[in-house]
Structures are given as C-alpha cells and as structure tokens.
Design a binder for this molecule. Structure first.
Ligand SMILES: [Fe+2]
Length: 238
C-alpha cells in the first residue's frame, strides 16, 4: 500500500507520536512497508481546542517533522488533515475548510459510539448541504460494531460520504464484507492504520502480518488497497 489514510504521526500534538524521534520511527516503519505517503490526522476536540489554535500547532509540528531526511528528499509525502470529533455544533464552526488537505477535501470525523442521533444527523446534513463539505467517517469499523442496525444503515447510506477503515479490522469478515460492498457501490473507501506510536499502537498496515484469513476478506483488502493507492498516487511524484 502506498498511503496510510489515518495516522497520528505529528509530534507532540495529541495522544500520537510524543516527539520528533518517535515520529521518525513511525515514518521509517511506514517506509519499510513500502509506504510513500500518509494523511496526518491529529485529534481536534472542541471544548479543549479551537480551530485557530489547532492550525497553529499543526503547522509548527509539521515544521519540525519536515526537516527529517525522508521528507526533505521527497521520499515521503504528508497530507495535513484532522480527526475531528463530531460533537454538537461542530458543523457551524468557522474555518472548517482550513482543516482539510487539498488532496483529500473531505472532513475526517470521529463519530460518537452512541449511534446516529438526531443532532448528529442534523450536524452532518448542515455540513454537507450548507457548508458543502463531505464527511469522511474514520475507523468505520467501530460504528459497525457498536451501532444498532438502523443507525448503521444511516451511516452507510449517508450521501457523498467517504469511509476509512482500519486495515487490521478486516480480520473480521463482516467488517471486510461491508467495506467491500461500499467499494462496489462506488463509494470512496480508504485504508489507514490509526497508528499512534511505536510501542503499543503501531501503524499496522502489513497485509501479510494481519492474520486476515477469510478469502473474501483478503479480496476486500486487496481491492480496497488498490483503490486507496489509485486515489493517492496521483499526488505523488513518480
Ligand atoms: Fe485516530
């Protein structure tokens, strides 16, 4: 796979890489697996942070990271983005569009695990129709596990949404099947590791070591990996 679509690689920003040294170890891990890019998705939680402050900190963290050899020599490309907590009022915040990477003009969202409540549907609808921003649902597998059936259907049929799955979750056939269905329905489906560090939450993206045993789950992983790479490869230098 070429690009990890969800990783907490920026140093010192959230519960991801603690410092630049750990960021570099994570980068090397990705490169050792053949990766050439990543979408960097530091957490943004309203109430503890503002968009303005987040942008300042994200930029400063990237300035530290971009001095590393892999990025200097253009062997690895970073797309700066966000993992935004979908809370009440988020869709009205000014400056949402400034959070998005130009290469991936979707808003990556972490949804509450309690289901697609009325307020959440209103927020998503406002985001799409008034702000003209499409949501990218992060770690979709979590909602497939925790949501009641009717809420899963709302999630999976939300107009113009994109879906990111943690590749390791394809160990579970039902999750892999859902991802494959979205892909076959021409939804944008991306894969990421949701890696946080080099110890307990490594970027796990190596298909050979993920114990994905069911043949249909392997088919899902291979197809969606290819699609993920087709999406991002056009932004990478040959
Ligand atoms: Fe995350």
């Amino acid at each position: 796979m070429t690009c990890d679509a969800h990783i907490h690689l920026l140093p010192g920003l959230d519960d991801g890489a603690a410092d630049v040294d750990e960021s570099i170890l994570m980068l090397r891990k990705l490169v050792s697996l053949g990766m050439r890019a990543a979408v960097l998705t530091p957490h943004l939680r309203m109430g503890t942070n503002t968009i303005e402050t987040f942008l300042v900190h994200r930029k400063a963290a990237y300035q530290r990271l971009r001095k590393t050899e892999l990025i200097q020599k253009k062997q690895f490309k970073c797309f700066l983005s966000v993992e935004m907590e979908a809370c009440e009022g988020f869709s009205r915040l000014p400056g949402l569009d400034r959070l998005l990477s130009p290469e991936l003009p979707y808003l990556p969202l972490a949804l509450p695990l309690g289901g697609m409540k009325g307020w959440l549907m209103e927020e998503l609808s406002y985001l799409l129709h008034k702000r003209k921003i499409c949501p990218l649902f992060l770690h979709t597998e979590r909602y497939l596990i925790f949501y009641p059936e009717k809420d899963k259907q709302k999630l999976l049929s939300f107009p113009h949404a994109a879906y990111q799955f943690t590749l390791a979750s394809f160990r579970y056939l039902s999750i892999a099947k859902t991802a494959l269905q979205l892909y076959r329905n021409d939804k944008l489906v991306l894969l990421g590791s949701n890696g946080h560090n080099i110890g307990t939450r490594l970027p796990e993206i190596d298909l050979d070591k993920l114990y994905i045993t069911e043949s249909l789950a392997k088919i899902a992983a291979e197809n969606i990996m290819r699609s993920n790479d087709e999406y991002f490869n056009r932004f990478l230098e040959s």
